[in-house]
Design a protein around this ligand. Structure first.
Ligand SMILES: [Zn+2]
Length: 250
């Protein structure tokens, strides 16, 4: 079910076991070949496919499109929420639905910069109301093992405006992809370091990272289907109810 298309009467009659799903995206630069709305387009498309697969189990809200994108702000067109503003938007949506007595919430995220604030937003909500079931996952987390097998370029992980994201866009919205403009590249630290917080203009001149020129719609379809399958399984378990069992039984 899609909340935006329902009437208040229909919402009133819904089972409160449904999982309220909120996609989270961004409006930020995606290099010379992908549109600014890429993360929102992909998070929305995956979420809508999940809703079509299990319409009675999920209540899909419109996408929170203004993401936490300060690390992309050096590039033209990026529109970022402040961290506090983004967290407030997510929490306001959840709290509004708790007023209507929904108890299960899941964020389907399409943007790396939203990961930390999604966690903060939901941890604060859970601290206020421990009886709620709350969670978040990046849709692309469910594509990772498929990506390792299918991606043809040297980078097998999913990064920003990379082969994987370009492939997904070639599957979902091919008319918005300027593949002839794609540029492969991106900088790594030397010596190798981990844990650094870097802005994108420090890591790439053009805004993309990885090997977008290898992108294909066929790989995009496989990644998309893996994301939908994984999320359908995850959300079905949350809808049907889970128990916590000892590690040996699990
Ligand atoms: Zn992206």
């Amino acid at each position: 079910m899609k909340l935006a298309e329902m009437t208040t009467v229909e919402v009133d009659q819904l089972s409160r076991d449904v999982v309220v799903v909120i996609p989270t995206g961004s409006l930020e630069q995606h290099g010379p070949h992908l549109p600014l709305f890429t993360d929102s387009i992909l998070a929305t498309a995956v979420s809508e496919a999940v809703e079509r697969a299990i319409p009675d189990k999920v209540l899909l809200l419109p996408t929170v499109w203004m993401g936490a994108s300060a690390h992309h702000q050096a590039f033209a067109g990026t529109v970022s929420a402040s961290m506090a503003g983004y967290i407030a938007a997510v929490q306001d949506a959840v709290r509004a639905m708790t007023r209507h007595h929904f108890t299960k919430f899941f964020l389907i995220n399409g943007h790396g910069g939203n990961v930390d604030p999604n966690g903060v937003a939901l941890r604060e909500i859970k601290a206020e109301n421990p009886d709620l079931t709350v969670g978040a996952s990046n849709y692309y987390t469910f594509c990772e093992s498929e990506g390792e097998k299918l991606l043809r370029g040297p980078l097998k992980r999913i990064r920003h405006a990379c082969e994987a994201e370009t492939s997904l866009m070639l599957h979902v919205a091919p008319h918005l992809v300027r593949l002839d403009k794609a540029q492969d590249g991106g900088l790594v630290t030397s010596p190798e370091t981990s844990g650094l917080i870097l802005h994108f203009d420090e890591q790439t001149d053009v805004g993309s990272y990885g090997y977008p020129s290898y992108g294909t719609a066929q790989v995009g379809e496989a990644l998309f289907n893996a994301a939908v399958t994984g999320l359908v399984r995850n959300l079905s378990a949350i809808y049907e109810g889970f128990v916590l069992v000892s590690r040996d039984e699990g």
